[in-house]
Design a protein around this ligand. Sequence first.
Ligand code: AKG
Ligand code: FE2
Length: 318
Amino acid sequence: MASLPVPSVQAMVAATGGADVPPRYLRPAEPVAGDSEAQIPIIDYQMLCNHSVPDDVVEGMKASIQQFFQLPMETKKQFAQERGQLEGYGQLFVFSEDQKLDWADILYLHTQPHESRNTKLWPDQPANFRSTLDRYSDAVKDVSDSLLATMAKNLGLEREVITGKCIHGMQSVRMNYYPPCAQAEKVVGLSPHSDAGLLTLVLRVNHVQGLQIKRNGSWLPVKLVSGAFIVNIGDMLEVFTNGRYKSIEHRAVVHPKEERLSVAAFHLPNIHAIISPLKEMAAHEDDAYRTLDHESFMKLFYATNLEGKSFLERLKLN
Ligand SMILES: O=C(O)CCC(=O)C(=O)O
Ligand SMILES: [Fe+2]
């Protein structure tokens, strides 16, 4: 993995305070296209799958996240990312001193398989944070597996073709806190990227909108739908389906007056899975993407440092 040499905590302090935008954050976002909003298909996942995330788990997760980010900096720092690590409280992918920073604090934790959990980085405040995240993680993993099974079936494949690779599959959860910024147009909350894995389930935590997707070269805000997850297709699913499902480029912008919070749960196959077009999918067509083992795939993903979909472009064969 590329080294992450910059102490993230300094960056966080800058992000949360001050009326003027510090130079390290100055990076105007490209404008959105008109006033239009992205029409995201709404799936009633309870109809599709046998699993749902209980309301008390969703509400508990929202409350825990809000309470965690309100804790004093000293307390949050107890769970700070260590040098060179992505996991913990800090900033997203800080690669160099010269890099522009995103206007957000994050708490990023590995949640599945259970053995991968580094509970030292799991906040013990608020008191029920750990048990809530534990229940949330198991519940959204079941939903993701069910959606993947349905998607495989829709492609004419056996339901288990993808979920078979998700037994002991990996999941990580990124909790995003975007402080308000009086000069919101001068910063980016989360740089344009596509998610690396199969499916990401994004939960909005408060009423503030900020997620945008890129469609036909333009940025479109994603409409908030209460009681729903936003499901992002990730790069690995694009590779597995040989490009039939395309990963979605997205970014987050910040609000001038209000904070915004979200929780993204990333679902990936197990660590031993080979990431290549599924043979069932590509039987009558050429592979459109290179084959990589899981670890090499993720190394390359992090090395590309969130520049839109440029990472996946590098995997394309034609
Ligand atoms: O804040 C959001 O809505 C998006 C979060 C996201 O895309 C991510 O954490 O990868
Ligand atoms: Fe994302």
